[in-house]
Design a protein around this ligand. Structure first.
Ligand SMILES: Nc1ncnc2c1ncn2[C@@H]1O[C@H](COP(=O)(O)OP(=O)(O)OP(=O)(O)O)[C@@H](O)[C@H]1O
Ligand SMILES: [Mg+2]
Length: 509
């Protein structure tokens, strides 16, 4: 097609103990294109891109960059070839400024931090690619979207013209996704190449020029976007049909499990993050919390689970006043929590599957009270969970950092559900999950609902919230804007409330 081939990965094979992550993969990237890399959880996408960015060495195969065969020994040598990867977990130093972080990423021979030069460059990137950020700001002061911009600027500053973004939109608000895509388009227009990994097919159809599909470590095909629709993409990824029909059976509602009565709380920066929030979740009910991220969702889950103080109001679990009780007391009252930040709060990366599963027992201290689970019992429990919830892992002795993103999420949810909780609080449970895994998580939650559990579901995708929840509450600037029956409200009503509009007159709140 006359376009320059920048990257040509040929017959790449990468084996890990018990799994062939990449099996004779071929992958080509052209200058000026946005290339989406698609595939189920565990298909080998991150592995392939880690090879391209110098983090892993392939067992077999060769990498040709601009017509020259290369060996990428380290991220440094990948950068020298113009390749920069932005990982899902940012690697910025939060007490430092934007400019300092950029300087640290590119310590050149002189080791001198030329702040003037950096500021000039940041201004240039801001103008050219819409990457607006204040070079003097400290990282901790920035939103997630802004931090991601800093990561992108960092690799651009190092001279990258091939950018790899691993699930960049998973943590962004819809507005931030739009801004990121504007940047991505501008970079492609400048002749840079962008490889983007995402599970969201509408994003693939929106942003990419070409798409490569991996399945079980193998390349299935590379196609131009115009040649396919989302159904065909799903078919190629999974090799089976997925009907994401969500079926919410009528379930009788029991008594209130969670009651919030006029709860207020402060956010990290000392400002009011929750403002007089009143809610109930009953047995057999899923209450969806909709809202643009950053409107009090995280603080809400933290107040319920004892990780943040309520400054006023009451939190009841089954009529018991649990306001400002310790997380341990709240777990004992039957509250399970699947946090937003999987690795930080939920799982310990270097520990194996078994120990991560019994982790909650350590936390609760029950192991110290002479209820120590013998190791074989613990393994058996872990093996059951892995089997019942279809968690893909070589074994229960594998450190969880080696599991793919989707399987981590399943493991976390499975562990919480295995506790037979009264209330499940779950934040963004399908973030980073492929279609198949998404479906199984939804079915898991619906099944829990049928068992009479109460579920508080925080999510960003309105479609989903409306399908899976019995009722939906909208959070806007820490207030509940409206509380509606999902069978009565429309997506438009809820969308309007997310932007701060009051619910329609006459409808009961
Ligand atoms: N460092 C490692 N050691 C052992 N196994 C690994 C390692 N990294 C990845 N794997 C395994 O290789 C396979 C591919 O993983 P990879 O992370 O590349 O998948 P992915 O396509 O990025 O999935 P996801 O969409 O869930 O992020 C998985 O089975 C995973 O468990
Ligand atoms: Mg991955």
């Amino acid at each position: 097609m006359g376009k320059d081939v920048l990257i040509d990965m040929r017959h790449i094979t990468k084996r890990f103990p018990g799994v062939v992550a990449n099996d004779q993969v071929t992958f080509k990237v052209q200058a000026g294109e946005v290339h989406a890399l698609l595939g189920e959880n565990g298909a080998g996408k991150s592995t392939l891109m880690s090879i391209l960015s110098g983090l892993y060495r392939p067992d077999e195969g060769e990498i040709v960059i601009r017509g020259k065969r290369v060996t990428l020994k380290s991220p440094r040598s990948a950068i020298d070839h113009g390749i920069g990867m932005i990982h899902q977990h940012f690697k910025l130093i939060t007490p430092f400024t934007v400019a300092e972080n950029i300087a640290l990423g590119s310590l050149d021979q002189s080791f001198k931090l030329d702040m003037k030069k950096i500021e000039q460059k940041v201004a240039e990137f801001s103008q050219k690619f819409g990457l607006h950020v204040d070079p003097q700001a400290k990282i901790w002061q920035l939103s997630i979207g802004e931090q991601q911009r800093v990561e992108i600027i960092k690799v651009l500053y190092q001279g990258a013209d091939i950018l790899i973004l691993d699930e960049p939109t998973a943590v962004l608000t819809p507005q931030e996704v739009e801004e990121l895509f504007v940047t991505v388009r501008k970079m492609a227009k400048e002749g840079k190449a962008v490889v983007i990994i995402t599970h969201k097919l509408h994003e693939v159809m929106n942003i990419s020029d070409r798409i490569t599909i991996l399945r079980k470590g193998k390349t299935i095909r590379t196609v131009a976007k115009g040649e396919v629709d989302t159904q065909e993409l799903t078919q190629m990824m999974l090799n089976r049909e997925v009907k994401t029909e969500i079926h919410r059976k009528p379930v009788p509602k029991g008594k209130a499990v969670l009651t919030l009565d006029k709860v207020s709380a402060l956010g990290d920066k000392g400002l009011k993050a929750l403002d007089d929030v009143s809610l109930t979740v009953r047995e057999g009910e899923i209450l969806g919390i909709a809202g643009v991220a950053g409107n009090g969702q995280r603080e809400l889950t933290e107040v319920i689970t004892g990780l943040r103080m309520a400054t006023s109001g009451k939190v009841l679990i089954d009529d018991q006043d649990m306001t400002n009780q310790s997380p341990r007391m709240i777990i004992d009252a039957g509250v399970s929590h699947v946090p937003e930040d999987r690795m930080g709060m939920g799982l310990i990366p270097n520990m194996d599957v078994t120990n991560n599963i019994i982790l909650k027992d350590y936390r609760r201290g029950s192991l110290g009270k002479g209820l120590l689970l013998p190791l074989n019992k613990a393994r058996e429990m872990a093996e059951n969970i892995v089997r019942n919830f279809d968690v893909k892992t070589p074994s229960v002795d594998t450190p969880v950092r080696l599991l793919s993103g989707g399987n981590l999420q399943k493991l976390l949810l499975a562990r919480e559900i295995a506790e037979n909780p009264r209330l499940i609080v779950t934040s963004y449970p399908i973030r980073g999950l492929d279609v198949g895994a998404t479906e199984s998580i939804y079915n898991l939650l619906l099944h829990q609902r049928e068992q009479g559990r109460a579920i508080l579901l925080i999510a960003e995708d309105l479609d989903t919230i409306m399908k899976i929840s019995d009722r939906v509450a909208v959070l806007f600037k820490g207030k509940v804007m409206g509380l509606e029956d999902t069978d009565q409200a429309t997506i438009d009503d809820v969308g309007a409330m997310m932007l701060g509009e009051s619910p329609l007159e006459g409808r009961e709140a």
